[in-house]
Design a protein around this ligand. Structure first.
Ligand SMILES: [Zn+2]
Length: 79
């Protein structure tokens, strides 16, 4: 298991998976998408919003998390 040292408390930092985007925002996009899809004129935008919302709710990123001081550091893009 990969670990790094915390720069704040010298504790062990572990890899943690968190949501990449704000979940509330992602859900708002999905709801907006569904509402727009109800009308024929808005269906193209509706589907677009729906896809953006789903991507936002399912995208995750890895961060370094320190269990001693609860600090989180962005791990960057996973290879
Ligand atoms: Zn720490």
């Amino acid at each position: 298991m990969e670990t790094v040292q915390c720069h704040l408390c010298n504790g062990k930092m572990e890899v943690l998976e968190v949501l990449k985007y704000n979940k509330t925002l992602g859900i708002s996009f999905i709801i907006l998408g569904i509402l727009l899809s109800l009308s024929l004129a808005g269906i193209v935008f509706g589907i677009m919003f729906l896809i953006i919302g789903i991507v936002m709710c399912s995208s995750k990123k890895e961060v370094w998390y320190c269990s001693s001081c609860q600090s989180i550091i962005d791990r960057g893009i996973k290879e």
